[in-house]
Design a protein around this ligand. Sequence first.
Ligand SMILES: Cc1ncc(COP(=O)(O)O)c(C=O)c1O
Length: 449
Amino acid sequence: MAVAQTMRAANDVASPNNLDAWWLPFTANRSFKQRPRMVARSKDMHFYTPEGRPILDGSAGLWCCNAGHNRDPIVQAIQAQAAELDFAPAFQFGHGKGFAVASRIADLAPGDLNHVFFCNSGSEAADTALKIALAYWNVSGQGQRTRFIGRERGYHGVGFGGISVGGIVSNRKFFGTALAADHLPHTHNRAEQGFSRGEPEWGAHLADDLERIVALHDASTIAAVIVEPMAGSTGVLPPPKGYLKRLRQLCDKLGLLLIFDEVITGFGRTGFAFAAERYGVVPDMITFAKAVNSGTVPMGGVIVRDGIHDAFMKGPEHVIELFHGYTYSGHPLACAAALATLDVYRDERLFERTRELEEPWADAMFSLQGLPNVIDIRTLGLVGAVDLAPRPDAPGQRGFEAMDRAFQDHGLMCRVTGDTLAVSPPLIISHDQIGEIVDKLGRVIRAVA
Ligand SMILES: Cc1ncc(COP(=O)(O)O)c(C=O)c1O
């Protein structure tokens, strides 16, 4: 044992020769360990393999590195923070950068979304929002409101709350559903929307299903509706035109809270700080994570409207108002990284830049139409997806092979969901690099024909 440990410790950390111990998340582990896709370094638009081969980052890591990689101001902020205040408890204590980040985020959010509750990931953000909804109805004298409404093909992370409201079969099948939840229909229909850029024309009426679901249970039993403005993880599903406004109107009519899960869409991905702004809708809560600090230090949170926050601020002042929180809520390193990242977004006008790039990006992605097995393409902001026809009797195999070949043979990182390839590069991408991504994707698509 001691010898094995010594050998393991002696491994080069950049390219360890023992891949046994790390059980990788959301990964085909056996396949990975036969043909590893390893990275050792990153800068701006690229990862580098341990051998130094550049990999163009077509996915902003995991939809999170919106400012690009290892940006000097962000690196320096994290380093300086580690030397100044490495940790500070957020239960009954506070620190300046936590309050500063909360204010900056509240300023970016629309309407009276003015209060930020910090956690460490998108999953925690989703579960936190659901808990705030339950607790809000409790403190408002309507504790019987315990049901939630999510959406088919929704992804809200891997907590027991998130998988209950989420609409991903494998998550629900294996882990059960802890919360009572019904689901709106998903909004993707290839026959009606195939190859549409941005928000498809067809599908706003799908929001009307909310009335049918609510009629089954009565609105007085329902706590909240939760949707991603654009479903990302299940294959990039832009919302149909008018759909989100319709959902807001129905929630108002039925007296339900509306939660937008903006873990992917937050901080510039659709050309705005939040997709809520793009769609002119003020939800009651917004969840965020990932790009809040460009993926550098784990951080997530929930932005809450005045009315919900204020409902908790009553009773004896020595009593904790919300029994919820995480040891690392508002971690000083995450906050320092977030402040530096928000400065980069502002100073480099990265959200506006994304709006400017939206059309050329869509033009480039749509040039893949007509390649073998391409059965649909969708784009929104700096996001694109290509659906490939599944191989007979092997759904997901063509997509998996494309993702692997993109990395191994063409130096491109992209995401795969089933047979859908998704790309969402850092917002600093150049026009040439857009061309490069699409060129590499084209070669990969031909290679897996
Ligand atoms: C919309 C949405 N919510 C929640 C999550 C979960 O985030 P995390 O992996 O940080 O827990 C994700 C992750 O992709 C997501 O896309």
